[in-house]
Write a protein of this length. Structure first.
Length: 433
């Protein structure tokens, strides 16, 4: 967080806001990812859930997540990100805890879908929030510290959930891990402001300079009337497809890694938790490094596609090894996991730099909703392939192909600038310099 005071942009923004958004998104991801531990720890047996239904339950969250992204972004842009996140924290904590008390798979279906609906507003609202507080030269790092809540949470959640399942069972794991978001909601409400103008911890001069810098960034952007015009942009459509395939790889990996590791000989749940955490250590390092150099060079695309290509190659190599080389395959999975996470900060810095503020949040929400659809597909299809083939080779190949398509789509973004400039959205280009 080496942020200078040049132009009056004081380090207090980083010290005050970044820890808050990090913890908030961490808690969202906690209640999203711990389902994989419940599934690996006997929930399916206790609730008499078939392998196919288990895959569907793991994926249903993302189906709910898909439908309400854009309305959430619209509310955050035009009303209040602060209010939206506050309500979401309380509701998703209650729903997550309720997962631990269900005795009927049909109720669990409703809970998983509703959990996705409630959490769907959080990511776009947080991205809108950060775009109001951090400038272009800071935004990739700010986004990264937000999204670091994802791998960092899986890291400690994997260890803690492994111990909780071993000590008190999967039901109490869900109940205990559902309480922190409810408590944190009141810290969020007390500590954040929607806009710099509302913050009593900034001086009048600091508010003025920050608002002026953010306003100046908007002047160079081509006006876009509404969401409809933004959503028809070829660039936005291409990034939606890119994120769809990327998310297939990420959530196929996240949701089923514990189950992949658990099949190793003499593997306990505690050991599974520790091993599951390893890829996310490397992911944190990769995310911080990619975002730092992306901001320093003001280049986004070059810090996205190479990582996705590495992930595709690692999954394919795991497929080629087969089931007889667990530990070599596991090392490749570590590499794949880290490579998939590294580009998030640069990727989500693209939209606020090419679209004006009135539509950039909606565009990010649309892209993220397509990511949710990819997450649904990844979670469900990987689970289906694992259960139907009795191994993990087919799912490795599926995730490798998805990441390869995502990398290719990223490479092609911005190639045909001349053709794009002749279209209505012609100047919507990925910043590369």
């Amino acid at each position: 967080m080496n942020n200078s005071n040049k132009g009056g942009f004081v380090a207090s923004r980083w010290l005050r806001l970044i820890p808050i958004v990090f913890v908030t998104y961490s808690l969202a991801y906690l209640d999203r990812a711990n389902y994989s531990f419940g599934a690996a720890a006997g929930m399916a047996k206790d609730l008499q859930i078939s392998a196919g239904m288990s895959s569907l339950l793991g994926a249903l969250f993302f189906l709910g997540y898909f439908f309400f992204q854009v309305p959430g972004a619209h509310y955050a842009e035009n009303k209040s990100a602060k209010k939206l996140v506050f309500g979401s924290l309380i509701l998703w904590g209650l729903l997550a805890a309720a997962t631990g008390i269900v005795h009927n798979v049909h109720v669990l279906i409703v809970i998983r879908f509703c959990l996705g609906v409630v959490e769907s507003a959080v990511m776009p609202a947080m991205l809108v929030f950060l775009s109001r507080w951090f400038t272009k030269k800071e935004r990739s790092r700010a986004n990264t510290f937000l999204i670091l809540g994802n791998p960092a949470t899986v890291l400690w959640m994997s260890i803690v959930s492994g111990y909780l399942v071993a000590a008190v069972g999967w039901r109490w794991m869900f109940i205990i891990e559902g309480l922190p978001p409810i408590i944190w909601a009141f810290f969020w409400w007390k500590l954040v402001n929607d806009k710099p103008a509302e913050a009593n911890w900034l001086t009048s001069q600091e508010k003025k300079e920050l608002e002026s810098a953010l306003h100046e960034e908007q002047k160079g952007l081509k006006p876009v009337k509404n969401y409809g015009e933004a959503f028809r942009s070829p660039l936005v459509i291409r990034l939606c497809l890119q994120y769809f395939f990327w998310s297939i790889g990420v959530y196929g990996f996240v949701m089923w890694l514990p189950s992949i590791i658990k099949v190793a000989p003499d593997m306990s749940m505690v050991a599974t938790g520790w091993l599951t955490s390893i890829p996310y250590v490397l992911a944190v390092i990769g995310m911080l490094t990619a975002s730092y150099f992306s901001d320093k060079m003001e280049n986004r695309k070059a810090f996205v596609w190479p990582f996705l290509m590495v992930g595709a190659v690692a999954f394919y190599a795991s497929y080629l090894l087969g089931a007889d080389h667990f530990w070599i395959s596991f090392i490749l999975l570590i590499i794949a996991g880290a490579a998939m996470y590294a580009p998030y900060g640069p990727f989500f810095a693209i939209m606020p730099e090419i679209l004006p503020r009135n539509v950039s949040g909606g565009a990010m929400a649309l892209i993220n909703s397509m990511g949710a659809l990819g997450s649904f597909a990844g979670s469900y299809i990987v689970g289906y392939l694992n259960s139907s083939t009795g191994g993990f080779g087919a799912s490795y190949l599926f995730m490798a192909g998805s990441l390869l398509l995502s990398a290719i789509l990223t490479i092609t973004v911005g190639r045909s600038r001349k053709a794009a400039e002749s279209s209505t959205e012609g100047k919507l280009e990925v910043p590369t310099r």
